[in-house]
Design a protein around this ligand. Structure first.
Ligand code: AMP
Ligand code: ZN
Length: 474
């Protein structure tokens, strides 16, 4: 079964095929943080969902090239720096550093590229794109000296958000980076400098000023990934106007279809409202770590609700995450201990079919538009059923080692591992052979097999409970 994803553009589930089906390379762009404050965990819901998407695509054999931008100049960052009385770059650096620490705490895989909007090469590209749009009469400089995108030149504007522009009354122009659908209008590409901007200014053919938020993403995405991108993600609040504007700008510049699959996560909610800075109902990661929760508990709570469903944030939800992780940890410890004993001699039989099926069903659930709730259901069924089989003495230690290998591949997607080392199947097989040799009193073969295991970096110790395996200390 192919991976199927819900495309906001078509509002349909679509089979996923990347632009490069042979090389299986996937180009993915994810709108990153506006670094004017500590990201709140609503923002991290978006990044955890994107992490799950990347990890699952990798599990299915794709090589994902991911870009996450840092918005380090826009209306909010300039206002923040001014209020703090600091230079913009110094002000945003604090929140960039904090953001990278938070990504690590939440075990989010770093993107290959973290472009920042103020890097000279991207500012140059933004200016070049705006110049191209002006040359094509798609953009114009207004009497306020700012440059605007002429909406009437891009009939597809509104298609991502499924707006009927004929029913909306155009409001002329909008200078703000964020605006409501009711005020639809020509949006700013370049904002002419004014006093409130202080020393934040770049020279351009239209005079000093700074880029609008939307052109930043178009420039960084196409500079790094090229004119055509496989997957573009963000929270649903980004659909309009931000992503709508990204499409208009990019496609008018490149003449190519900008994005093949648009994916948007629903919001993290608090008592029925979106968690947001402006409502003041937010928790940062630091707030929750300060309450004694761990990064992996917070990751679990954000990860395990399907991304297109609103997630209601509660402290009780974090406590439930803690309990669920304790169950997983206990199971991993159990199969790990049992699997490393290798006490059976008749252990070569396959893992009972129902367990292999659960493992495959976990991934199949994720193929279905990242149905993580379904996938976790399969994992917990696997845990319950294999615990019961262990209780009844129905599993061999070789079975346990194979279960552990299944867990390893599941954990490559979930990243919830507490840090227990699994015995690779290859090593387990050699140890089994060695046990057979010992049972046959073939000491020469037994010693040879021990050496083979040692050459692969593992030490076998014979105990009264059978052989114990540990990675050789280096
Ligand atoms: P911002 O820093 O506001 O540009 O947001 C960064 C990312 O977080 C964007 O993809 C937003 O759509 C997303 N986001 C913001 N608030 C929430 C929320 N409460 N729940 C989920 N995602 C959010
Ligand atoms: Zn963006």
């Amino acid at each position: 079964m192919p991976v199927r994803l819900h495309n906001t553009y078509s509002r349909q589930l679509e089979d996923f095929t990347p632009l490069d089906p042979v090389g299986q390379r996937v180009k993915m762009y994810t709108c990153g943080p506006t670094v004017y404050n500590h990201a709140h965990i609503g923002n991290f819901r978006a990044y955890v969902f994107e992490d799950l998407l990347q990890r699952h695509l990798e599990a299915r054999g794709y090589a994902v090239e991911r870009v996450m931008n840092l918005t380090d100049v826009d209306d909010k960052t300039i206002r923040g720096a001014r209020t703090a009385g600091r230079r913009l770059a110094d002000f945003t650096q604090v929140y960039k550093d904090a953001f990278f620490t938070d990504l690590e705490t939440l075990r989010i895989k770093p993107a290959q590229h973290f472009p920042a909007a103020t890097e000279p090469r991207y500012i140059e590209r933004m200016i070049a794109m705006i110049a191209q749009l002006i040359a094509a009469d798609i953009a114009y400089q207004a009497e306020d000296r700012s440059v605007y995108f002429r909406l009437s030149k891009f009939p597809d504007y509104g298609k991502l958000a499924h707006l009927n522009l004929d029913e909306l009354r155009p409001s002329g122009r909008v200078a703000s980076d964020e605006y409501e659908k009711e005020n639809i209008g020509d949006f700013a590409l370049w904002k002419a400098w004014d006093d409130a901007d202080g020393d934040v200014r770049w020279d351009s053919p239209w005079g000093p000023g700074r880029p609008g938020w939307h052109i930043e993403c178009s420039a960084m995405a196409t500079a790094i990934l090229g004119p055509e991108i496989d997957i573009h993600c963000g929270g649903v609040d980004n659909i309009f106007p931000h992503h709508e504007a990204e499409i208009a700008q990019s496609e008018c510049c490149t003449g190519k279809k900008f994005v093949r699959y648009w994916l948007h996560n629903a919001h993290l909610m608090v008592e029925g409202q979106k968690m947001s800075k402006s409502l003041g109902n937010f928790y940062t990661l630091r707030d929750l770590l300060g309450k004694g929760f761990t990064g992996r508990e917070i990751r679990y709570a954000l990860l395990t609700v399907n991304y297109r469903l609103p997630l209601n944030f509660t402290i009780a939800g974090l406590e439930a995450a803690r309990a669920a992780l304790a169950r997983i940890d206990e199971w991993v410890r159990r199969i790990s201990d049992f699997g490393s004993q290798m006490s059976d001699t008749n252990a070569a039989s396959d893992l009972p079919g129902e367990f292999a099926t659960r493992h495959e069903s976990f991934f199949q659930a994720l193929d279905d538009d990242l149905n993580i709730a379904g996938a976790m259901g399969q994992l917990f069924d696997l845990i319950r059923e294999s615990n019961s089989a262990l209780d009844h003495g129905d599993l061999t230690s070789a079975h346990a080692a194979k279960l552990l290998a299944h867990w390893e591949s599941i954990n490559a997607v979930l990243a919830l591992e507490p840090g227990i080392l699994a015995v690779p199947a290859e090593i387990a097989a050699l140890v089994e052979k060695r046990q057979q040799a010992r049972a046959d009193k073939d000491w020469k073969a037994s010693d040879q097999l021990r050496d083979e295991v040692a050459a692969l970096g593992w030490t076998v110790k014979d105990t009264k409970d059978g052989p114990k395996l540990s990675p050789t200390a280096r």
